[in-house]
Design a protein around this ligand. Structure first.
Ligand code: C5P
Length: 228
């Protein structure tokens, strides 16, 4: 299991300071809307300059018509800086397949994941949009994702095992909503700790606020890595 740290701080300066603190650890860094919209590709270059071995997950959750998604996927892949990015499974099989076809021959193409159900949904709010329970719909999304040639899914820890059973053991599950040592949940609804993530064969845990809101982020990261 790998740790992916969310760089969701209010300035590139603060994000780079956090990345610097963890630069000797074997971790992935997640660059999401906030950082990427503000700091762009240059920020990705700055991270790789800090440590070329940092793995970068660009969390932009692409959702659009197939051709536009494939255009974006191609641009991201051609950066040569991104090791993993994601799309929404609800964009559909056609869109996911088009994305994979477009980037399949790019050398060292990034891994691609598809978001099933956001971890901020509880069952009632999810049902209001999709008219199905999270557990049922997440499996359907995961099967579509798998059949489209995508490498894995973003899901909650609670769906990870079922998704693997319905697709393949090698199908990647990346799970946000991790509160390693019982920290505040914030807006997340389906949260879990590290032992539970391990039991559920999660490949990547994503941790944001429990690390960057702590007065000593380096210690938290060290402790998480010792536990995984
Ligand atoms: O601070 P926290 O640990 O809750 O951060 C979780 C991170 O994972 C945030 O950057 C959020 O955007 C992201 N994320 C999520 N749920 C998803 C996909 C991504 O919480 N389904």
């Amino acid at each position: 299991m790998k740790l992916c740290i969310s760089l969701d701080l209010p300035s590139s300066h603060e994000n780079l300071a956090l990345a610097k603190e963890v630069k000797d650890f074997d971790v992935w860094l997640k660059v999401g809307f906030r950082s990427y919209i503000r700091d762009g590709k240059e920020f990705l270059e700055d991270l790789k300059a800090l440590n070329p071995n940092f793995k970068i997950f660009l969390d932009l959750k692409l959702y659009d018509i197939p051709n536009t998604m494939a255009d974006a996927a191609e641009e991201i892949s051609n950066f040569g800086l991104v090791d993993m990015f994601n799309v929404h499974a609800s964009a559909g099989v056609d869109a996911m397949h088009t994305v994979m076809q477009r980037i399949k021959d790019i050398p060292n193409r990034p891994l691609v994941l598809a978001v099933t159900a956001l971890t901020s949904f509880d069952n009632a709010s999810f049902m209001a949009i999709y008219n199905e329970t999270i557990s049922t719909k997440a499996i359907k999304f995961a099967k579509d994702t798998f059949n489209s040639g995508v490498d894995g899914v973003v899901c909650s820890v609670f769906e990870s095992l079922d998704i693997k059973k319905n697709t393949s053991d090698n199908f990647i599950t990346l799970c946000p909503g991790i509160r390693p040592f019982g920290e505040e949940v914030g807006d997340q609804k389906r949260v879990a700790d590290i032992p539970f993530a391990k039991e559920n064969s999660v490949d990547f845990i994503v941790v944001g606020r429990p690390i960057y809101k702590d007065t000593n982020p380096k210690d938290v990261v060290k402790k998480i890595l010792e536990n995984i």
